[in-house]
Design a protein around this ligand. Structure first.
Ligand code: SF4
Length: 376
């Protein structure tokens, strides 16, 4: 699997706007005015122009493009036309580029779907979170279950690959209710699911003042692994399930440390062992894109051992895990052997039984964090 991404470039575009701010969300986003969106689009245009000067003929060949946020569907059709023209101007998407976009049920429209179809977009990832109104209300989401169902239908009817995000560990979320949300989205023909435990992260309102009722959803996660495998969705990463071949290639690029050009405020990118990050604050980002240094606020050159440890942790998030042949070809054998010997002290049933490959079993994925803490 890793070989396919050699010498490729993935592009991530962060849209930093939302209709309102969810109390648990740690992503950088803010409530926007139309002026903010215009300023953002012009800054993004400057940022991509800046980067393009480092590429032959000013064209950036993209194997995957992911537009996330934030809420990209907050943009009107006109604003989306502008975004597409900015990206088309400097990105070469002609190499079978996988294009994914995040959408929210309350703001996606027929115009979005029409524009994306004309553009050749691959996948729409819908932030469903739950199909129960009480859970959506508790989460502070702007949509209800009917709106989510309508959006799922519209996206599928428009012919896109369909992905849905769901959350578990929510107050009052019985196993029955979790099953309703899982089976509910499957009825709409999703090809891909991302499942997340609700986290209370510091710096968010709920991280500071946790609401009552959040719980460790380990049994819910375990149930989803069992249920989805019986419904033809393969777990290909700790939080990701898909039908055969419908994996998100963009995310696989992150898990195998491929080069990622990241654009937009707070975005993080990676080039040949160097990680960089953009200015997070919106005004700082706007100003930085006018400077000769571009939007980058800082960078870190990963030292060899850290890079290898990170590579093992990221790869073992996926079902393909660490291919020993590839990793020995790519990395320092002595360091890799020492990391693998640390892993060998972990119970065998947490790993799949494959020769020349180190990958977690379904049980191992359930306790992945504890495993990675041992080798970080
Ligand atoms: S809509 Fe998504 S990105 Fe926006 S605040 Fe809510 S969780 Fe965060």
């Amino acid at each position: 699997m890793e070989k396919e991404y050699n010498n490729s470039l993935s592009v991530y575009v962060h849209v930093p706007f939302c209709m309102s701010k969810c109390p648990y969300c740690a992503f950088y986003s803010r409530v926007a005015t139309d002026d903010d969106i215009s300023l953002y689009l012009e800054a993004l245009s400057r940022e991509i122009e800046w980067w393009s000067s480092f590429f032959p003929k000013g064209r950036i060949g993209a194997k995957t493009l992911y537009i996330g946020g934030g809420t990209p569907t907050l943009f009107s059709a006109y604003q989306w036309e502008r975004l597409i023209s900015i990206l088309d101007h400097r990105l070469d998407l002609s190499l079978g580029c996988e294009i994914s976009v995040e959408a929210n049920p309350g703001s996606i429209t027929k115009e979005h779907l029409r524009l994306w179809n004309d553009w050749g977009l691959t996948r729409v990832s819908l932030g469903v979170q739950s199909l129960h109104n009480d859970e959506l209300k508790w989460l502070g989401r702007a949509h209800d279950s009917d709106t989510a169902r309508k959006a799922l239908t519209q996206i599928k009817d428009a012919g896109f690959d369909l992905s849905a995000d769901l959350l578990f560990g929510l107050s009052g979320q019985s196993m029955r209710k979790w099953y309703d949300s899982l089976s509910g989205v499957l009825q709409y023909g999703v090809d891909h699911l991302s499942l997340y435990q609700l986290m209370l992260e510091s710096g968010t309102p709920w991280g500071e003042r946790p609401p009552e009722g959040v719980f460790n959803g380990y049994p819910h996660y375990r149930f989803a692994q069992w249920y989805l495998s019986h419904k033809g969705l393969d777990q290909y990463e700790v939080a990701s399930f898909s039908r055969q071949g419908k994996w998100c290639r963009h995310n696989i690029a992150y898990w195998y440390q491929k080069n990622v050009l990241a654009l937009g405020p707070s975005a993080w990118g990676y080039f040949n062992g160097v990680r960089y990050w953009n200015h997070k604050n919106f005004s700082d980002y706007l100003i930085a894109t006018e400077s000769e240094e571009g939007a980058t606020a800082g960078f870190e050159c990963l030292e060899e051992e850290k890079k290898i440890r990170e590579a093992v942790i990221l790869a073992t998030r996926t079902k393909w895990g660490v291919s020993l042949n590839n990793f020995y070809n790519k990395f320092n054998r002595k360091i890799l052997d020492s990391i693998l010997s640390e892993l060998s002290e972990i119970p065998k049933d947490l790993f799949s039984k494959e020769e020349l490959r180190v990958a977690l079993s379904a049980k191992g994925m359930r306790v992945g964090n504890a495993i990675w803490e041992r080798i970080v």
